[in-house]
Design a protein around this ligand. Structure first.
Ligand code: FES
Length: 207
């Protein structure tokens, strides 16, 4: 009997010892976190935005060092931070992602409208499988649940943008455009979420 694979494989990295954690947050990131923490009753409550800051600072994903740094800065355990980061699918704990993460929705509406045809086209074009990253480090392909844009099925999410309904021709145009994009969409998305969170927190404080 085959075991059902519930994860994408790969072993869990060992948690770095607190005394071995090297801090990588930039000065800007430290200030952002300090500002965010003041909007919550305790440091722990700022964990979600802290993880977004870390995802931006560590190049679009959350290696063990990033989780350890968040744990250290929020005075929580590594296990607790890892538990949160692995629960939400928009965080990318442990595995690096490319400059652009292409998320393909394969839920019902997208499935019916050809999501797997588009996924197969992308796999062949980029020569990667699900969770694979192209050799040049530009693209990672991921299968995701409903993106809540079913009226535009089949839908792709890349960074902060939804694209749909997409055809193979749209995929070609998108990939060409992304190849020349200067800014990694994975990092841009993380930064936008951090900035939105800071703005929202400031607004709440004013009102
Ligand atoms: S099923 Fe794809 S966006 Fe809802």
């Amino acid at each position: 009997m085959d075991l059902i694979q519930l994860t994408h494989g790969g072993s869990r990295p060992k948690a770095p010892k607190p005394e071995n954690v090297e801090l990588h947050f930039s000065e800007k990131a430290v200030l952002e976190l300090e500002r965010l923490v003041t909007h919550y009753p305790d440091k722990k409550s700022a964990m979600l935005p802290a993880l977004w800051i870390a995802q931006r600072e560590y190049g679009g994903y959350l290696p063990a060092d990033a989780l350890a740094e968040v744990a250290l800065r929020l005075e929580r355990s590594y296990a607790e931070v890892e538990g949160v980061a692995t629960f939400y699918s928009m965080y990318h704990p442990h595995h690096a992602v490319g400059k652009h993460l292409i998320e393909v929705c394969t839920c019902l509406s997208c499935y019916v409208c050809g999501a797997y045809r588009i996924a197969d086209y992308l796999k062949e074009k980029l020569r990667v499988d699900w969770m694979g990253t192209t050799e040049d480090g530009l693209f990672t392909l991921e299968e995701v649940e409903c993106l809540d844009a079913c009226d535009r099925a089949p839908v792709l999410q890349i960074g902060d943008q939804y694209y749909g309904p997409v055809t193979e021709r749209d995929v070609d145009a998108l990939i060409d455009k992304l190849r020349t994009a200067a800014e990694p969409t994975t990092i841009k998305l993380a930064d936008e979420i951090v900035q939105a969170q800071l703005h929202k927190s400031d607004q709440e404080r004013i009102s």
